[in-house]
Design a protein around this ligand. Structure first.
Ligand SMILES: [Zn+2]
Length: 252
């Protein structure tokens, strides 16, 4: 899909008095890196809020200090809990999982409690009680414990399922994990995004989660993000929202 076609889809939403809500979830941050600087500069340029899913075990004051320094240039940064260690506990032939049923839920829940407390302590003003399971996978037995831990939102990938807390998923993954491991073609990504807008049409609010991984972005990935922000950030049929705003607005 060309950019013109994508803009036409947004135009028709605006004409119908609707506004598509976009949110960006970027996974795997631990510490400041040139790629994280690039991401925050890009988001800041378009005044777009972003949500960083941070790996609790390995992060610390360095990231918090870096983000404190961006309060003016990139003010809308939220921090979500990306598992605990991002270690795989699944078997060799299984899909990777940290929060699966491979360990006792007592152990898994204990780690999540630690991760929640650590990130809230490091990022008191940016923290949102949202769990982002590594590899977007989590056992039902663990989901059940999330309200007790204080989580009010769960974010994976794809169509939202029923859960005891709000599901705020991502729907468009900009990386080609099984092929180039770089950015997917922009035309495909605009097309997927437009399809999601069409699928949500008729509901009160269409929300589209864009999934990014700053540490592996190549030129194509950065270019798509730049174009997406450029086409949407000032469009009357689109709005970028932060995780805090989403959590407040979503009923479950
Ligand atoms: Zn991850």
């Amino acid at each position: 899909m060309t950019e013109d076609h994508f803009t036409a889809v947004l135009d028709s939403e605006a004409d119908a008095g609707r506004r598509v809500r976009f949110w960006l979830r970027d996974d795997d941050a631990i510490e400041p890196t040139p790629a994280l600087t690039e991401l925050t500069e890009l988001a800041g340029r378009y005044a777009a809020p972003i949500t960083l899913a941070v790996i609790p075990r390995d992060t610390g004051a360095e990231l918090a200090g870096f983000l404190d320094g961006l309060v003016e240039s990139c003010p809308g940064i939220s921090i979500a809990v990306h598992g605990w260690s991002h270690e795989n506990h699944a078997g060799l032939l299984e899909k990777k999982q940290e929060l699966g049923a491979h360990r006792s839920s007592h152990v898994v829940v204990g780690e999540l409690r630690q991760g929640f407390a650590k990130l809230r302590g490091l990022h008191p003003t940016r923290f949102v009680p949202m769990l982002v399971p590594p590899w977007n996978r989590i056992a039902t037995s663990v989901i059940k414990e999330l309200p007790v831990l204080g989580f009010t939102a769960l974010s994976t990938f794809g169509q939202e399922k029923t859960a005891p807390i709000a599901m705020l998923n991502t729907h468009v993954d900009i990386i080609d994990w099984h092929g180039t491991r770089g950015g997917r073609p922009a035309g495909t990504l605009f097309s997927e995004t437009a399809q999601r807008i069409s699928a949500a049409r008729g509901r009160d609010e269409a929300t589209i989660g864009i999934l990014t991984h700053h540490l592996v972005h190549d030129a194509a990935a950065w270019h798509f993000l730049d174009r997406l922000f450029a086409l949407t950030s000032a469009h009357p049929g689109a709005e970028w929202v932060g995780a805090d705003q989403l959590i407040r607005s979503v009923r479950h």
